[in-house]
Write a protein that binds this ligand. Structure first.
Ligand code: SIN
Ligand code: FE
Length: 296
């Protein structure tokens, strides 16, 4: 076991098809649901020899930061290349997706019934070189919340693999526990104005209705990123995820920021509230307790 901070929990899984944990995955799920990052230092996603050429940011189309697969058998999006190159990229990202889904289903058997695999992304760009607005700047601590994709309280679980070929770590900061950041940031977030959810959906800005939960999560995301003093001074650790390692967390709960690195694969999962072991720790229940209102 590697000695790390309490928010980073190292586990010794070294295979994408591991054995089912003897307790049925309860302990791991509790760690995740408590806001921890599960770190698998010995689990690597290996490229085939003919895939080495994809370790290059030239495959990115325009200013996008990711290539992505929306679902099984989909075409890769955001990529540049010939038909056969795009097919090769799609195969690599698709294999990662299959492995990631298998791993999560095995380590968390109780999530299987509700778990919905979402987008798979490949991020070949250098993190340090990204220039964006403060709101899109993922080198600022934040919890994940997306303007066009309301979740109504459904969880966002993400699995990441650093595939850097030349030894560069993916450097993250991990911030304070969710409830602590709420105490600081929630008072700054205003309530949505009546009718706003309907308007956003009618204008096509949101894909589904933005609940008050989604409104508050976006508010937390923005208030955290906007506040440069908070970014500098809030309780946080820096952690280097080495090449050939894998990690996962509920990114709607765990405050995180990506500081440097290149070449990472990521799989998103959506998980309904009913699948959780400790729903009272979820962002939805914490926010409902703090506001005294039903939010989704
Ligand atoms: C993020 O999810 O905010 C960024 C993670 C990364 O690119 O390492
Ligand atoms: Fe994020």
């Amino acid at each position: 076991m590697i000695n790390t901070s309490p928010s980073i929990q190292s586990i010794s899984v070294d295979h994408w098809k591991p054995n089912i944990p003897s307790d049925g995955g309860i302990e791991l799920a509790r760690k995740l649901e408590s806001g921890g990052v599960l770190f698998l230092p010995r689990l690597s996603f290996d490229l085939e020899p003919e895939e080495q050429k994809f370790l290059d940011s030239r495959w990115l189309e325009g200013k996008t930061k990711n290539l992505s697969l929306e679902k099984e058998e989909a075409l890769i999006q955001g990529a540049l290349g010939s038909e056969s190159e795009l097919e090769g990229l799609g195969k690599m990202v698709g294999r990662f997706r299959t492995n990631a889904i298998h791993l999560v289903r095995t380590l968390f058997p109780s999530y299987v019934a509700g778990l919905r695999p979402g987008r798979t992304s490949y991020r070949p760009a250098q993190v340090e070189n990204r220039k964006t607005s403060w709101r899109k700047d993922d080198s600022r601590l934040h919890v994940d919340a997306f303007p066009s994709r309301p979740t109504q309280g459904e969880r966002i679980l993400r699995l990441f693999a650093n595939i850097h070929p030349a030894g560069s770590p993916r450097v993250w900061r991990v911030g304070e526990p969710f409830e602590d950041l709420c105490h600081r940031m929630l008072p700054r977030v205003s309530r949505p104005w009546p009718g706003s959810a309907w308007c956003l959906a009618a204008l096509g800005i949101t894909k589904t209705r933005r609940s008050e939960y989604d409104h508050l999560m976006l508010g937390l995301h923005d208030e955290m990123k906007r506040d440069t003093d908070y970014q500098r001074d809030c309780p946080q650790i820096q952690f280097d995820f080495p090449p050939d390692s894998t990690w996962l967390c509920f990114s709607d709960q765990t405050s995180h920021a990506a500081m440097s690195g290149q070449y990472m694969l990521e799989q998103t999962f959506h998980l309904p509230m009913r699948s959780l072991y400790v729903p009272e720790l979820s962002p939805l229940r914490v926010l409902e307790r703090l506001t005294g209102r039903k939010l989704a």
